[in-house]
Design a protein around this ligand. Structure first.
Ligand code: G3P
Length: 218
């Protein structure tokens, strides 16, 4: 399973890269706004800055919701760097646009996915990545991980090549469960990735090794 970081924060992207486990980045308009990035020129430079840090794919989301707007915006975003993937919402014009981008060799990430039916449509349109929002499904007391497992089963049966990118990840357990449920990629905050490190027995064991070494070596 690949690890993407779900942020527009350059320091966190650099930290994840330095950690040695980073395969890509996903952003969305809320994450860009959280970093105070606004205005077409600033947004463009920020995407370029992210693409300079990471070699892997970087999802840049369109804000248009009509077919021609999505096409114009997506084609422009795709020119910013070779590792840009155009992120398109799961709406009728979005699916139509993904189909167009597929025919032009522009890679896409279909976002705001909450059902297996939506996942089938995105795969049929040729989306490179599919982003089911597991945390938001859990928020309404449905089962985000069951959604990942169902989509993984359908994609395997049908031989769809679209990769399942588990999104809206909130903690380290989500990452482990996404791996078990068949996600190809998980995108998450840095805190969730670092949460995988934690185990009290590791801390206790390391403290004892170091104490024993110090005792034996003076
Ligand atoms: O990748 C989508 C993600 O950013 C949404 O996460 O926590 O806002 O549901 P969240």
């Amino acid at each position: 399973m690949k690890f993407f970081i779900d942020t527009a924060n350059l320091d966190q992207i650099k930290e994840a890269k330095d950690f040695g486990i980073l395969d890509g980045v996903t952003t969305n308009p809320s994450l860009m706004a959280k970093e105070g990035i606004s205005g077409a020129k600033n947004i463009e430079s920020h995407y370029k800055a992210i693409c300079e840090i990471v070699d892997g794919d970087v999802s840049a989301e369109v804000i248009s919701t009509d077919y021609q707007g999505i096409i114009d915006e997506g084609e422009y975003l795709a020119t910013l760097a070779p590792n840009i993937v155009v992120k398109v919402p799961m709406i009728k014009d979005g699916i139509k646009a993904i189909s167009y981008f597929t025919s032009k060799g522009i890679r896409t990430n279909c976002t705001l996915v909450f059902s297996s039916g939506q996942a089938i449509l995105a795969a049929k349109a040729g989306a490179t990545y599919l982003s089911p929002f597991i945390g938001r499904v859990d928020d309404i007391t449905w089962d985000g991980m069951a959604l990942i497992a169902d989509i993984a089963e359908i994609y395997a049966i049908q031989g769809y090549e679209t990769e399942i990118l588990a999104a809206s990840v909130r903690n380290a357990k989500h990452i482990v469960d996404a791996a078990r449920s068949g996600a190809d990629i998980v995108t998450c905050p840095l805190s969730s990735i670092l949460g995988l490190l934690k185990h009290p027995l590791t801390e206790i064991g390391l403290a004892k090794f170091l104490a024993d070494h110090a005792k034996a070596n003076g």
